[in-house]
Design a protein around this ligand. Structure first.
Ligand code: SF4
Length: 498
């Protein structure tokens, strides 16, 4: 148990990838011997303890470096319920120390060249570069801001390499004309509806195309999940391409869990070339939710915030992460997930703020069943002045049964109020669960629409296989898109000559 770090260590210390001199190994062991017990150091070689209230985040099972995932709770990590969420503890201590704004700096993914090696040599070389005497004098004699600047000069260069240069500033998109219909609808001030279609479990696209054609007239865009619950299905980009071919507008979800930085950049170029114009970058569920045998659970090459940072720079600055120029950069409207009910609303607000700064232009939230809770979260975003920089779509899943409602209470980052559970249980006894589920969804949508002036710009329906319900929900909620043309009934279509 580390002295100052809450929780047990989950990940083993990293080992260097190359052969090293005796001196280097000695320094590494010395650093680990000291920083391990003190800060829970995992020897990632890319130290950022300054920014994380001196708790090493690398014991997070997902290896996240920019804040908690959507499954974080005050009680425990959702991947390993026997230990606390290390990011929750970092946020808690940062607030206690008044260092919470430091959490806004977008931190880089690991440079695996440095993994397992000591950070001290980098600190020493920064001190030398800036003049050892000057640095020591400032640290000993200066006070307040001046002393802090010297300190930050040294450690900022250590944690922010040239190829990353993350900061805590807002980066507006470097274009003005909307690149997708979704972006156009938001800019036109519409209350926009998107819905999700689960990709097929086989190569047959018949049902997928039927579902696309079913929901297409009712929504502005259709999301395709990316191996949700870490369970393989047809890829999101293939479904997105099929949507484009069928005249619908896709939102391609892309999960950090199944990507390296190389595959992310390659896939985004491919998707853009195939006409995909909306991308939603997410960290992705842990394989702990997947069926056995489980995949690697201890590290992601990047997190969602790093993905957003990389993608925005590819689009707006026209270069790869390694600095190579992209002659014809990709075009896309860039989104991220938001979690109103994970960790604590004021912690989540920092995380959402960071995503907006990194480049997220729209949010699709996790499921909302508690409007009061959503309002608390929204107020925290308002305090951070980010509501005019991002379009927010609230996630809704109509409940089909009392069993499904109970299951939802177990989903990380989802909160179902007792009153809804009771209504669904009563409906199960009365034999009208689906009707009650639809009624609850319509009541929630009505309340959500009331927040249009407070920063909510639309709805994201996640029907979890109940795609047939989307037309009814959109129609009865009074959210049909402008220029809506009712599709011909199936019987009329069947009667047409071939
Ligand atoms: S809940 Fe998420 S962020 Fe927190 S330690 Fe677990 S995996 Fe990491």
């Amino acid at each position: 148990m580390p002295i100052f770090t809450p929780g047990r260590r989950w990940q083993p210390a990293y080992s260097p990838f190359k052969q090293e001199s005796f001196g280097s190994r000695l320094m590494e062991n010395l650093e680990y011997t000291l920083k391990g017990p003190l800060f829970g150091c995992r020897m990632c070689g890319n130290c950022m303890l300054q920014e994380t209230a001196f708790i090493c985040p690398m014991e997070c099972p997902k290896g996240l470096r920019n804040g908690p995932c959507g499954g974080s709770t005050p009680e425990h990590c959702y991947v390993d319920k026997t230990r606390p969420c290390i990011w929750y503890k970092i946020y808690e201590r940062s607030f206690a120390m008044g260092r919470q704004e430091m959490l806004l700096e977008v931190l880089p993914p690991l440079d695996w060249e440095k993994v397992g090696t000591d950070t001290w040599k980098d600190v020493v070389s920064e001190v030398k570069k800036n003049g050892t005497g000057k640095v020591v004098k400032s640290l000993v004699l200066d006070q307040g801001e001046k002393r802090w600047k010297t300190w930050d000069l040294i450690f900022r260069s250590v944690r922010q390499p040239d190829w990353w240069q993350g900061d805590d500033q807002y980066h507006a998109p470097a274009y003005s004309e909307p690149v997708s219909n979704l972006e156009k609808a938001f800019k036109a001030g519409q209350f926009v509806v998107a819905c999700e279609i689960a990709p097929p479990l086989s190569v047959s696209t018949k049902k997928l195309i039927e579902n696309i054609n079913l929901v297409k007239p009712y929504v502005t865009a259709i999301n395709f999940t990316d191996n949700a619950s870490a369970t393989p299905r047809m890829t999101s980009w293939a479904c997105s391409r099929i949507a484009v071919e069928n005249g619908a507008e896709p939102v391609m979800q892309i999960a950090a869990r199944d990507r390296t930085r190389a595959s992310l950049q390659g896939e985004i170029l491919g998707a853009s070339a195939m006409g995909v114009r909306n991308v939603l970058a997410i960290t992705g569920d842990s394989p702990v939710l997947a069926p056995s045998p489980r995949g690697r659970m201890d590290i992601n090459d990047m997190d969602a915030i790093q993905m957003v940072w990389i993608l925005r720079r590819m689009r707006d600055e026209g270069h790869y992460l390694d600095g190579r120029e992209i002659k014809f950069p990709p075009k896309f409207f860039l989104g991220a997930a938001a979690a109103p009910f994970a960790s604590d609303p004021k912690f989540q607000a920092i995380r959402e703020h960071k995503k907006v700064n990194a480049g997220a232009q729209f949010f699709q939230t996790n499921l909302v069943y508690d409007i009061d809770g959503m309002e608390i979260w929204l107020n925290e975003l308002a305090k951070r002045n980010i509501l005019d920089k991002v379009y927010i779509m609230v996630g809704i899943t109509p409940l089909k049964s009392a069993k499904m409602t109970r299951f939802m209470t177990q989903v990380p980052g989802v909160f179902v109020p007792e009153a809804i559970i009771k209504r669904m249980e009563a409906a199960a006894t009365a034999g009208n669960e689906q009707a009650e589920g639809v009624q609850i969804a319509l009541e929630l949508i009505e309340k959500i629409k009331g927040y249009e002036k407070q920063g909510i710009h639309g709805l994201h329906i996640m029907p979890v296989g109940w795609e047939d319900i989307v037309p009814r929900l959109v129609t009865e909620a009074g959210l049909l898109p402008p220029g809506f043309i009712a599709p011909e009934p199936a019987s009329a279509q069947a009667a047409k000559p071939a």
